[in-house]
Design a protein around this ligand. Structure first.
Ligand code: SF4
Length: 244
């Protein structure tokens, strides 16, 4: 099952709080007007320029195993294999907020409009992450329609370049999913164009398969530890299983 998702702008509009948090502002800090003004302007620009779209395609576990191996440059031990091998369903995905936002970000930096450029850059990043949520939700609904979803399950996205899955894995992912259909290209250095795009795999399965410790060697260099929040949102208070 392969589906292009026409994402509504209003479903992924970034909030001022989200934009400022993305730029590292702690939630308890009250932003002043010189900070809020470019954030508001960035949201207005983003609403005018964004062209969000996504795609997902189901993939069998044995087929994804080849995509995951990619160019054989992954870390020796990563969380993903222990999770996808126990999944009920997998789907490759890609989302983008389009070329126009990116061109405007570049123009703003080239014309030394740094505050607005930085805010628009953050707005585009936040909205791309929200676009993943939309595609994830559509995948979940698809599984529900075909009778392969219930409340005991969860979905989590993983992307090349994170958590030990080498960024070169983008090549095998693109060769299989073909996000070119929605306007995303991959460069020789594995960068997506537009830059404000996200690709990866959606893993659906029993909630306890998503539990893992954040003590892989590469975790020491992880600034966000975002897996903790993502696991909590899926697991809630279920008992922890050994996944390593
Ligand atoms: S701590 Fe960071 S690198 Fe380690 S698994 Fe979690 S998100 Fe990935």
């Amino acid at each position: 099952m392969r589906r292009v998702i026409d994402i509504k702008t209003e479903d992924i509009t970034p909030s001022i709080t989200g934009i400022l948090a993305h730029q590292g502002m702690p939630p308890h800090v009250q932003a002043d007007e010189p900070t809020l003004k470019p954030a508001r302007e960035a949201i207005a620009l983003w609403e005018h320029l964004s062209q969000p779209v996504g795609i997902f395609a189901e993939i069998a576990i044995h087929e994804f195993a080849q995509v995951y191996i990619g160019e054989s440059r992954n870390e020796p031990e990563t969380p993903l294999p222990n999770i996808y091998q126990r999944a009920n369903a997998l789907a490759l995905f890609a989302v983008t907020v389009g070329h126009d936002v990116e061109q405007e970000i570049r123009r703003l930096f080239e014309t030394n409009e740094f505050p607005l450029g930085a805010m628009l850059d953050a707005a585009a990043s936040v909205s791309a992450e929200k676009a993943v949520d939309v595609v994830q939700d559509r995948f979940r609904k698809h599984l529900s329609v075909v009778g392969r979803w219930d409340r005991s399950k969860g979905v989590m996205p993983f992307s090349p370049g994170y958590c030990g899955w080498h960024v070169s894995g983008q090549r095998a992912l693109f060769d299989t999913l073909h996000p070119e259909e929605i306007g995303i290209e991959l460069s020789d250095s594995y960068l997506m164009q537009p830059l404000k795009s996200i690709s990866g795999v959606l893993v659906a399965g029993a909630k306890d398969i998503f539990q893992f410790d954040d003590d892989f060697p590469f975790c020491s260099e992880c600034a966000t530890r975002s897996c903790r929040e993502r696991i909590m949102s899926i697991i809630e208070n279920q008992p922890k299983a050994d996944t390593r």
